[in-house]
Design a protein. Sequence first.
Length: 349
Amino acid sequence: MFSGSSSIPGAPSNTSTLVRWLLGVATLVFLMVVVGGITRLTESGLSITEWKPITGTVPPLSEQAWLTEFEKYQRIPEYQEISGPMGMTLADFKFIYFWEWVHRLLGRLIGLAFALPLLWFWAQKRIPRGFKFRLLILLTLGGLQGVAGWWMVASGLTERTDVSHYRLAVHLLLALAILGGLVWTALDLQVLGKRWAKPARLTGFGVAVLAILSIELLLGAFTAGLNAGYVSNTWPLMFGHFFPPGIEWSLETLKTLPDHPVLIHFLHRWWAWVVVIALTVLARRVRKDHRKASVALHTAFGTQIVLGIATVMTTVNLTLAVLHQAVGALVVITTVWCVHLAGRSANGR
């Protein structure tokens, strides 16, 4: 699918290596989103209480080192109020530590996988005109993602027994924005140099679709951060009603919406259908010339709806919930692909 050849003056002779590089980094980001979901669902995110970008690469290697890390964890509210009273053992701690360590290790790997090749391509003058600034933006966002990750973790180390759902939302949405940016840039490089090529532009419709999807992703992040997925295990009704009972629908309630698990759960399950409508229209717009992309988008959001319902009805089964987050990332990828194709069609190609 992705290949590039040049016929435009000033363009590189071949962009396929750059495309493969960006898609490789995008694959790592996708994997990190999945591991992040596992970390969240297993309550592993607060197991490492310090941020050591370099030395933190090496996990505890002796029993004493493990005990030291466990003692640090025992000082935070999550252990004192939840894990400790539940009888957490050192073996239990090692399990949650593993997932947080893998999550952070992937973050470091992504940084190296992007930064080092970028330096090499830059030095070799392999980066096409107009792409350097964009790649620097992606590099900067990657650095900010690492900072946002620690900012999120820090919110749960002193007064809270969990991380702030606001900070979790920033962390997740930034990761998905980086994923989308990598895919969009790879798609631009794919067609670079072809005689008929014109830059894909983000149309007004494309912006609207991405905005509608972003709202659902934000609601999903709040659902995860507030553990709102557990408030109801029935579908389509909640507590026997379409509208959750006991909710006073007022301006004051709307002001507290981001902190209201029941309302967040309700909006997340039903805003999804607004997303379905928007993505169906998008898929139909590109179907004539790009059937594979249309099928991929339909498959992604269809699977996501089924997984979302199944996750609710199983009271957030771990496997289903992880798959729900993974396919959510695939929905982002396929949406960006189709929006890019729509932008190319708008330019007459």
